[in-house]
Design a protein around this ligand. Sequence first.
Ligand SMILES: C[S@@+](CC[C@H](N)C(=O)[O-])C[C@H]1O[C@@H](n2cnc3c(N)ncnc32)[C@H](O)[C@@H]1O
Length: 219
Amino acid sequence: MEPDPGDAPVARPARQFDVARATDTARWQFLSAALRNPGQIGAVTPSSAQLAALLAAVVPRAGAPVVVELGPGTGSVSAAIDARLPAGARHLAVELDPVMARYLRRTRPGLEVVEADVADLAALLVERGVAHVDAIVSGLPWALFDVQTQQSVLTQVGAALGPHGVFASFGYVHALPMPAARRFRDTLREMFDEVMATRTVWRNLPPAFAYVCRRPAAV
Ligand SMILES: C[S@@+](CC[C@H](N)C(=O)[O-])C[C@H]1O[C@@H](n2cnc3c(N)ncnc32)[C@H](O)[C@@H]1O
């Protein structure tokens, strides 16, 4: 009997298959980190490509910028930043979770992965000879930090950026009425002269937006 062509395995283009497999691996890594340490990760799935692109929009496309990412996780925002960076740029990523840091080193060879706490941002930039940063992009779960930690990290962010740098961080739409999210927004307004909220990215789980902040008040 002739074999039914419907039984033949469907060939997928190699690249499409690799991208799908890499995305699944990243999602699995992220979920297992979230289950291992929910109080540090603050989400169950990585940012979508749409949210990542919105956050990365603050990254300069020209010159030799220095960009610092806070809480890169499995690197969804790192990928969007890399897509914009010109040759000669420097991209550091500060990640506390050792498993995520190892995953980033394996999957993103161009990234300077710093396995550390963002609470020590100023010191770790000095150690790496970074005197000035053009853009800082955060994926941190700010609502899980107390106010003192938020202020301390944002003060170090402002000092690293100086008057011309830009800071971007995401917020979840559903969390906006909650006290922790309102407190973080108020803290941002205290720490920067300009705080703008972007449009909502609905294609993210959960829907999110970005704060884009300029001119740190204390600089
Ligand atoms: C909500 S996830 C975001 C991951 C990624 N940026 C994304 O958008 O998919 C938060 C990340 O921040 C990291 N993180 C939390 N607290 C941190 C800290 N104090 N220092 C450095 N990274 C931290 C977590 O380990 C996690 O990878």
